[in-house]
Design a protein around this ligand. Structure first.
Ligand code: NAD
Ligand code: TDX
Length: 332
């Protein structure tokens, strides 16, 4: 049994991880979350109070972080500003949380000698051409495109420097696009599902040829637990489940699964600097640490995710109108 500190544990992937930890381990969890617009306390509802507690606070608050690290065996760091479109609108919070926040946590890990796992994204590698057979590996050079991905790249480099310079006991993982329950309606898949529920036509940026490499959030969680357990200090592991799909195909699938005509969507203004394709080669994680994804059928995982949004309108409805008003102001 270990005492885990999970930053950003009230967000999409962090809350899925906390549910996964409660179900599959005997660890206790302290969630440190600022509860920004993206954090939702109700994503942790129903979890046992003797296993999970929520501390509302900022990862850039050094005093609070120091206090929490004193009672922690290992930290899993999910907290971030996570949405590319928001980073194009207002980059500042991305610097504060993703860079200064990660720095604050690393200083505490250095002081307390705490095991630290840093959650990052495949977007740090930039993008691939549609006709390029290559996929990202741990050796792909960093080449981020957006304010979001550049701050995530910066945070990864801080972790590497704190390992080498100060001996911090850290690992890093870079994962592809996640889907599943508890994802904010600003993101692609929940936006389109909730649009269809509301009778709004799905919105595809540009031609919709951009490819994302989808993985279920629960598979991301099992990969992170595997790295915490068996990962080598100082190493980076790419997490992916061979789920490449272009956006147009995903929208058509959502419409079909929800009983609508597959062409009942709109093309809208493209994202500036829109990355064309992400693709992960997760051979290192699979061969060295023995991990494998469980959700191999994207259509079934997507159908279950649609059912979750249909059953949990009270969870997403408060954010929906504001998100759509923001997108409308951008022609999206
Ligand atoms: P999210 O936006 O749903 O959740 C982020 C959480 O962090 C929220 O609960 C928010 O309240 C909290 N937070 C933000 N700033 C904070 C601060 N200063 N202090 C404390 N808490 C703060 O994000 P997500 O999609 O769950 O992403 C989680 C992590 O996974 C991020 O680091 C992201 O870069 C990474 N990631 C995401 C994806 C994806 O597909 N969503 C893929 C790969 C990696
Ligand atoms: O309405 C939309 N229409 C659309 O076509 C939205 C919101 C998005 N898109 C496109 C843009 C992308 O090509 O869908 C794709 C996915 O978009 P997002 O859900 O915004 O994800 P992305 O930009 O790919 O980044 C996600 O994966 C990597 C997460 O938000 C990041 O946190 C993670 O690092």
């Amino acid at each position: 049994m270990a005492r885990l500190l999970v930053t950003g544990g009230a967000g999409f992937i962090g809350s899925n991880f906390v549910h996964h930890v409660v179900e599959h381990t005997d660890h206790t969890v302290t969630v440190l979350d600022k509860l920004t617009y993206a954090g939702n306390e109700s994503s942790l509802a129903g979890l046992p109070e003797d296993r999970v507690r929520l501390v509302k606070g900022d990862i850039a608050d050094a005093d609070l972080v120091d206090t929490l690290f004193a009672d922690t065996d290992a930290v899993v760091h999910y907290a971030a500003e996570s949405h590319n479109d928001n980073s194009l609108n207002d980059p500042r919070p991305f610097l504060d949380t993703n860079i200064v926040g990660t720095y604050t946590l690393l200083e505490a890990a250095r002081k307390h000698g705490t095991r630290f796992h840093h959650i990052s994204t495949d977007e740090v590698y930039g993008d691939l051409e549609l006709d390029d057979p290559a996929r990202f590996t741990e050796n792909t050079p960093y080449n981020p495109s957006s304010p979001y991905s550049s701050t995530k790249a910066g945070s990864d480099l801080l972790v590497r420097a704190w390992v080498r310079s100060f001996g911090v006991q850290a690992t890093i993982s870079n994962c592809s696009n996640n889907y599943g329950p508890y994802q904010h309606v600003e993101k692609f898949i929940p936006r389109q599902i909730t649009n269809v529920i509301r009778g709004i036509r799905p919105k595809l940026y540009g031609a919709g040829e951009n490819v994302r490499d989808w993985i279920h959030a629960d598979d991301h969680s099992s990969a992170v637990l595997t790295i915490l357990d068996k990962g080598q200090i100082g190493e980076t592991y790419l997490i992916g489940a061979d789920g490449e799909k272009d956006n147009k195909t995903v929208v058509e699938l959502i419409l079909t699964l929800m009983g609508e005509s597959p062409d009942a969507y709109d093309h809208v203004t493209d994202r500036p600097g829109h990355d064309m394709r992400y693709a992960i080669d997760s051979t290192k994680l699979r061969t060295e640490l023995g991990w494998a994804p469980q959700y191999r059928d994207f259509d079934a995982g997507l159908a279950a995710t649609i059912d979750w949004y249909k059953a949990n309108e009270a969870w997403w409805a408060p954010a929906k109108d504001g998100v759509e008003a923001f997108y409308a102001s951008k022609g999206q």
